[in-house]
Design a protein around this ligand. Structure first.
Ligand code: GLA
Length: 370
């Protein structure tokens, strides 16, 4: 007698990074948080050796036979992410059985809230859950990062996958990216709200520009390692900047050094419930991403800088990889309506684009929906 078909539902959130941008692959501290919006997947077993991937939001669906090799193909579009995960699990000798998975997302499209990491973590979690009880979520985050690095070709760090795997409602995660030590920091907003400002700018350059920043950081580290024993760029200090002659590489290193200090101050501010200081650090972080790391551009600068000027806003900054995507802002709840109105108007006047603004809630990491 064949096994009865079973159906289960799982959810993985998107994420924002509160502060500490482009520090994960530089071995630093980052402060992301999982959202309550994300991707839901319905998993149904199949009696054969096939996996069928569908999406409620994309027309493309993909069928594979588990006996065939799995390779990256741009034509496979969004399915490359789950395919990469299936490939990696099989490579590492985990059991993957025939099934049908239907994904549906309420994350805004291409918004930089990490839908790719969400679908990876979700797929790995739901496939493993069928046969394994004690899944280490930190290990699972590392596996999904490896899929991005080796299968998809994006040289990202581990922040997104980790936040999505280990998120906790109403808490930010202070993550040390060298050893994956982490702690939860309560994100208490009193009468303020964390707004997500979606630029709606297509992020076409994200992969190539992101990888370029990663290699510029690697180059800065290589230069400093000629005279010091630092293991990663986040350990560098201001005087060492003088050893870097190339102005571009020096600016990249300066962002990494100043942003690392800002994360530590931001955590201190949160622990003292000092949102004004936290907001000032957000603003400084944006300026550093604009001038030193050069990952913002007209759209993100307009959003963050216009937001910073508005009544009730304690701070605003781009979040995530950059070159489009979303900014975040801390805004008093009584000022939100006017803030939205003015920012939407000014952003459209400067860029011709209509931004979208959402009030975000901090949620849990990947889980089964019972
Ligand atoms: C993207 C990457 C992360 C991280 C951020 C920038 O989201 O996936 O690993 O580097 O950019 O902080």
């Amino acid at each position: 007698m064949s096994n009865p078909t079973t159906t289960k539902t799982y959810f993985a959130p998107g994420r924002v990074n509160l502060i500490g941008e482009h520090l994960d692959y530089n071995g630093g501290l980052v402060l992301p948080a999982a959202l309550t919006i994300g991707i839901t997947a319905t998993y149904t077993t199949r009696p054969d050796n096939k996996i069928i991937l569908h999406s409620a939001t994309h027309p493309l669906q993909k069928e594979i036979d588990l006996a065939d090799p799995i390779i990256f193909d741009p034509k496979n579009d969004w399915t490359n992410y789950p395919l990469g995960v299936i490939n990696q699990l099989i490579k590492e000798n985990h059991f993957v059985g025939g099934c049908e998975i239907v994904y549906s997302s309420n994350l805004p499209e291409g918004s930089g809230l990490s839908s790719s990491a969400a679908i990876e973590v979700l797929t790995a979690y739901l496939l493993l859950k069928q046969t394994e009880q004690n899944i280490s979520l930190s290990w699972l985050a590392g596996l999904c990062k490896q899929v991005e690095n080796e299968f998809v070709g994006m040289q990202c760090g581990i922040m997104d996958q980790f936040a999505i795997a280990r998120g906790k409602a109403e808490n930010a995660i202070l993550l040390n990216c060298t050893n994956l030590d982490y702690s939860y920091i309560p994100f208490e907003l009193n009468n303020y709200r964390l707004l997500i400002l979606n630029s709606k700018k297509p992020r076409s350059l994200i992969h190539s520009k992101y990888n370029e920043r990663k290699s510029e950081s690697d180059e800065a580290l290589r230069i400093l390692q000629a005279t010091s024993s630092i293991q990663n760029l986040c350990e560098a200090s201001f005087p060492q900047l003088d050893l870097i002659l190339d102005e571009t590489i020096k600016k990249r290193a300066r962002h990494v050094i100043t942003e690392s200090l800002r994360v530590k101050e931001a955590v201190k501010a949160l622990r003292f419930n000092d949102l004004s200081t936290f907001g000032r650090l957000m603003n400084a972080s944006h300026t550093s991403m604009k001038n030193d790391y050069e990952i913002t551009g007209l759209e993100m600068d307009t959003l963050a800088e216009e937001a910073q000027k508005l009544k009730g806003c304690l701070g605003a900054r781009m979040t995530g990889g950059g070159f489009g995507g979303c900014a975040i802002a801390l805004v008093h709840e009584d000022a939100i309506s006017e803030f939205n109105h003015i920012l939407t108007f000014k952003y459209h006047a400067a860029t011709g684009l209509n931004c979208e603004i959402y009030v975000s809630e901090i949620g849990n990491g990947v889980e089964e929906k019972l």
